[in-house]
Design a protein around this ligand. Structure first.
Ligand code: ADP
Ligand code: ADP
Ligand code: MG
Length: 654
């Protein structure tokens, strides 16, 4: 038995906070390590002590083993929790922690080594009698051997990096003619992204569901499972919504998958928390995918349905305690989790950046979130801001609670997937449990965002006017008396909302306001605000209708959350400036990122669609192309520039 008095959390964001919460509850002191970009982040402030480990890029901070061990030494931490991502599945890290005579809160290095790569994990699974996806996981990695194996597997098939993770390092190949090239490219990517070019081939299962089993193993040889989580709603092979139980499993299949996961765990002497991932085909057969030898992003749905705290179980196991139960507690009710991400679901899920003006999530859900008002959302790390998790007696109710919570979630300042998540939860196919990993593509049409209805726009614009009037009234009190005359003249303002321009005029009327929006007049009899929540009564007397919205303003830009929809208004300057005219043929950055290639040369003639500039953000490359044929009139960036959304990159005109 080892005692643990102080835990260093080698991670950031929501998971660092999550781990510290349980440490605190167990009487354990906490240490954060942070990169410069996170110096004031909530997790760094929440820890009892925090140590700087380097500049923002993860390679120079969160992935630097020695910097983290130094921080443990400086603070006298006796254990390290790796969270997920970063070094959590790095056997070299687990080994270095053990060699420094610290407790690694996770499996021993040898177990991570055996299960960390998909190739070796798959072989172990097969040896333990667990069904695996048909494919090739051999040692001969020559292109000839892979091509030969592909012949026996058939198409479509998947080329996978053994060391891949987070949905990265996978390529679908539809026919034999595309195979050799896919292998070469996957090999190159795997070598540069994961430092290991070992490849696997797998039959590409059509319309599978992703169902995984949570396991726990102690140092005394006991392994149990804590039932399943279904994570079929994915984009780019990455999970977006997760739930427990799975609506797909009956008791027999649930038991069979649990048994398979435990058998694999026993076969490798598994210690700690881990997840055995499977996909199932429509007929119900299940196939092993991989093991994640760490706490999973979606662990809260297991916690809410089993009543266990998985971080507490991890720490107990690390101390050498026995699990103390031979089987899982029964699943109670239904839990659904959504990943709230700074990304634009309508623009190919491109990551977004900015400053959050507020972060407010209703208390009806568990919110595991790493940001607060004032947090900067940058380009250095994962786009996930946090998770919202609902728990209710039934799946239908959990979905409804979660959807309502998303409607009320207030995170102005950065584009997020909040509304897309709410639309998914309301979708009839989701509610019927008809899921597969292509759910988002199959229902893309119905799930795309629509223009907000006129009534919603009107409510939002009224709220914005009321907010402005109240804010100016506050300012008036400091202004010389003569200024008050202004109140009695009509005011007008032009708001732009996406491509639309909305003319708004308003004037005081008794205790209220008369507000004309696009020709329709709203009579507001009373109004006020409570912090950033603005309310007003439309009409008067018997049918007076009180409505409300939240408003955040930064310069000319305002964010209004009105009845579930977030509208971003920009107030137009009263006297349009000549410079405001858009540059014809302007190519702007669709996302924040780093310029990695400039292909356009000044004066060069280019065809429509020609690649001009390549941006990189979140390890993804994005090519900016000429909208029409013409001549490159200007190039405004060089390789290495960091650019924000809408930054002018180049100009191409006829
Ligand atoms: P989960 O199965 O818990 O959802 P994911 O596989 O999606 O986990 O990854 C969890 C987090 O770790 C994500 O933020 C993901 O981007 C990151 N991650 C996982 N594996 C890697 C890897 N090999 N390299 C970089 N990031 C990774
Ligand atoms: P990662 O390490 O990136 O999490 P996984 O092997 O766990 O990689 O696969 C991630 C996702 O990719 C799965 O949840 C599933 O959606 C898809 N996928 C993986 N293997 C297959 C397969 N053989 N057939 C179809 N889809 C697959
Ligand atoms: Mg996986």
């Amino acid at each position: 038995m080892r005692s643990i008095e102080k835990v260093l959390v080698a991670n950031r964001g929501e998971i660092a906070l999550r781990v510290m919460r349980t440490c605190r509850a167990m009487g354990i002191a906490t240490v954060a390590v942070y990169a410069d970009a996170d110096a004031d982040a909530p997790f760094a402030r929440a820890a009892d002590e925090a140590v700087r480990i380097g500049p923002p890029p993860a390679r120079e901070s969160y992935l630097v083993i020695n910097a983290i061990l130094d921080a443990a030494r400086i603070t006298g931490a006796d254990a390290i929790h790796p969270g997920y991502g970063f070094l959590s599945e790095n056997p070299g890290f687990a080994r270095a922690v053990a060699e420094a005579e610290l407790v690694f809160i996770g499996p021993p290095a040898e177990v991570i080594e055996r299960l960390g790569g998909k190739q070796s994990a798959k072989r172990l699974a097969r040896a333990a009698g667990v069904p695996t996806v048909p494919g090739y996981d051999g040692d001969d990695q020559s292109t000839a051997a892979l091509v030969h194996a592909a012949g026996g597997i058939g198409y479509p098939l998947l080329v996978k990096a053994s060391a891949g993770g987070g949905g990265k390092g996978m390529r679908v190949v539809h026919e034999a003619s595309g195979l050799a090239e896919a292998i070469e490219r996957a090999r190159g990517e795997a070598a540069s992204a994961f430092g290991d070019d070992t490849l696997l081939l797998e039959k590409y299962i059509e319309r599978p569901r992703h169902i995984e089993i949570q396991i726990l193993g102690d140092r005394h040889g006991d392994v149990v499972h804590l039932w399943e989580r279904e994570c079929s709603v994915q984009r780019r092979h990455q999970k977006v919504i997760e739930e427990a139980p799975s609506p797909f499993l009956d008791d027999a299949r649930r038991a069979a998958m649990g048994r398979a996961a435990v058998e694999l765990g026993r076969a490798v002497d598994y210690v700690g928390a881990g997840t055995v991932e499977f996909i199932t085909d429509p007929a119900g057969a299940f196939y092993f995918l991989e093991v994640n030898t760490r706490l999973q992003v979606e662990h809260p749905v297991t916690e809410l349905t089993t009543g266990l705290d998985l971080v507490r179980e991890q720490i107990r196991i690390a101390r050498g305690e026995r699990l103390g139960y031979a089987s899982a507690p029964p699943q109670r009710g239904w839990a659904i989790e959504v990943r709230l991400c700074a990304e634009d679901a309508d623009r190919d899920y491109l990551p977004t950046t900015g400053t959050l003006h507020a972060v407010d999530i209703p208390p009806t859900v568990r919110a595991d979130v790493g940001v607060v008002a004032g947090s900067e959302v940058g380009i250095h790390y994962d786009s996930m801001l946090g998770k919202l998790i609902a728990h209710a007696p039934t799946r239908t109710e959990a979905a409804q609670v979660l959807r309502r919570a998303l409607d009320e979630t207030w995170v102005p300042g950065v584009v997020t997937n909040r509304e897309q998540l709410a639309r998914i939860l309301a979708h009839p196919a989701f509610l019927a449990g008809e899921l597969d990993t292509h759910f988002l593509e199959h229902h893309a049409g119905e799930l795309a965002s629509r223009m907000p209805g006129l009534d919603r726009v009107r409510v939002a614009a009224v709220a914005l006017v009321v907010h402005g009037v109240l804010a100016r009234r506050g300012a008036d009190e400091l202004a010389p008396p003569g200024w008050r005359n202004v109140r009695f003249s009509d005011q007008s303002v032009t708001l732009s909302l996406g491509d639309a321009e909305i003319a708004v005029g308003y004037r005081p009327a008794g205790d209220g306001l008369e507000i004309a929006i696009g020709g329709k007049t709203t009579h507001v009899s009373r109004y006020g605000r409570d912090g950033d929540r603005v309310w007003f009564v439309e009409g008067a007397g018997t049918h007076g209708h009180r409505r409300s919205a939240r408003v955040a303003t930064s310069g000319a830009r305002s964010w209004v959350l009105a009845e579930g929809r977030m509208l971003a208004f920009v107030e137009q300057p009263r006297f349009p400036e000549a410079q405001r005219a858009q540059v014809a043929g302007a190519l702007v950055a669709p996302m924040p990122g780093k310029v990695v290639k400039v292909l356009a040369e000044l004066g060069q003639e280019v065809a429509a669609g020609a690649a001009l500039v390549v941006l990189e953000a979140m390890k993804m490359e994005h090519t900016v192309r000429a909208a029409s044929a013409g001549i490159v009139r200007a190039v405004h960036v060089v390789v290495g520039d960091q650019v924000d959304t809408d930054r002018l990159l180049a100009v191409v005109t006829a």
